[in-house]
Design a protein. Structure first.
Length: 319
C-alpha cells in the first residue's frame, strides 16, 4: 500500500500503521526573505460635484519569505471616472504571492444618489442640495470624506475627498470641496516615494480655492464648476503607479480615473538568484525589481542551499 506523507523542515513523525513501502514528500526548508511593496489601483472620481476617488490599498512586508519558485505580480488598474448617472469605479487589486492590495473605492456622483464606495481606501461622497452622501470606508487605508449638503444654494455644495493610506478624506464644507487624504512614503526602491493619496472632491463654487486638492501620494485634484466658462478647470487623474485616487468633477464633466498600482521587490544582493520580469536596478547593497505592469519574479537559487527543485517528483521512497 502506498502512503504519501508531507513533512516540514525535513522533520516528520511517521506513524507506521500499515506495511511498507512508504513514500515521503519533503518540503525543502531553504528560504530567504525579501521586502515587498504592493499598491493597488486607485478609485475613480465621481461627477457633478463628485467625491474624490479613494487610494489603492497600501501593503508593505519587510520580511516576505520566498522559496525556489515563481511569484506573479499582477498590477491593478485605476478605476474609471464617473459618467452619466454612474459613480467612479473602484480600482482593481494588485497581488504578489500571498499579498493583495485592495483597489480604492470610487467617488460618488450626485446623479447616482449613492455614497462613496468602500475599498482599500474609501471614495468621497458627492455634494448635493437635498441629501448628504457619506464617504466609503477603507480596509487597508482611511475612509472618504462626506459631501456637503448645500441647502444655502449659491453653489454651496461640494464632494468629499477620497481617503488615503494614512489620512482620511476631508469632508466638504460650504463652498469648499474636501481634499484627498494623505498617502504614505516608502524608500524600498532607494529614493523615498509617497504612494496611495486620495483624490480631491469637486465643488459647484466658481472659485479656484473651492476645489479639493489631491492627497500627497498621487491623488488627483478635483474641479470647480465646469460649464465651459472661462477659467473653469478639469479634474486630474491619479498618478500612474502610485495608486492615487482620481479627482472628482463638477457639472456635466466626467470624473477622472484613479492611478494604476505597482509592485516592488527588494533583496540583499547575493542572498537569492532571481529573474526579474519587470525593471531591475540596484540600490547600494540591494537588488530592486519593479513591476509597473504584470510580470513574474522567479527565484532560481537561494544562498546556502535550495539551488534547485527537489529531484524528480520530490518524493523519497522507503521500501
Amino acid at each position: 500500500m502506498r502512503k504519501t506523507l508531507s513533512i516540514l523542515s525535513i522533520v516528520a513523525v511517521l506513524l507506521f500503521t500499515t506495511g511498507f513501502p512508504y513514500q515521503v514528500k519533503i518540503q525543502y526548508a531553504n528560504a530567504a526573505t525579501v521586502q515587498v511593496l504592493v499598491i493597488a489601483g486607485g478609485g475613480g472620481g465621481g461627477r457633478n460635484e463628485g467625491g474624490g476617488g479613494g487610494a489603492g490599498g497600501y501593503q508593505y512586508n519587510a520580511s516576505f519569505t520566498v522559496a525556489v519558485q515563481t511569484y506573479t505580480a499582477t498590477i491593478g488598474g485605476g478605476g474609471a471616472g464617473g459618467t452619466g448617472t454612474s459613480a467612479g469605479a473602484n480600482g482593481t487589486d494588485t497581488t504578489f504571492g500571498s499579498i493583495t492590495g485592495t483597489g480604492g473605492g470610487g467617488g460618488s456622483s450626485r446623479d447616482c444618489a449613492c455614497n462613496g464606495s468602500n475599498g482599500g481606501s474609501g471614495g468621497g461622497g458627492a455634494g448635493q442640495t437635498t441629501t448628504t452622501y457619506i464617504g466609503g470606508s477603507g480596509s487597508q487605508g482611511q475612509g472618504g470624506g462626506t459631501g456637503y449638503f448645500g441647502s444655502e444654494g449659491n453653489y454651496a455644495d461640494g464632494g468629499g475627498g477620497g481617503g488615503g493610506a494614512t489620512g482620511a478624506g476631508i469632508t466638504a464644507v460650504y463652498q469648499k470641496a474636501g481634499d484627498g487624504g494623505l498617502g504614505t512614503s516608502n524608500a524600498i526602491s532607494g529614493a523615498s516615494t509617497t504612494y496611495s493619496g486620495g483624490g480631491g472632491g469637486a465643488t459647484a463654487w466658481i472659485v479656484l480655492g473651492g476645489l479639493g486638492a489631491g492627497g500627497y501620494g498621487g491623488g488627483g485634484q478635483g474641479t470647480y464648476i465646469n460649464d465651459a466658462g472661462p477659467g473653469d478647470t478639469v479634474c486630474v487623474a491619479g498618478t500612474a503607479n502610485t495608486g492615487g485616487g482620481g479627482g472628482g468633477a463638477a457639472g456635466a464633466a466626467a470624473g477622472c480615473a484613479g492611478g494604476s498600482g505597482i509592485v516592488i521587490v527588494s533583496y540583499v544582493t547575493g542572498t537569492i538568484t532571481a529573474t526579474c520580469g519587470g525593471t531591475e536596478s540596484t540600490d547600494g547593497g540591494n537588488t530592486v525589481c519593479k513591476f509597473t505592469t504584470s510580470g513574474d519574479f522567479t527565484v532560481t537559487a537561494i544562498a546556502g542551499g535550495g539551488a534547485s527543485a527537489p529531484p524528480d517528483d520530490g518524493f523519497i521512497s522507503f521500501e
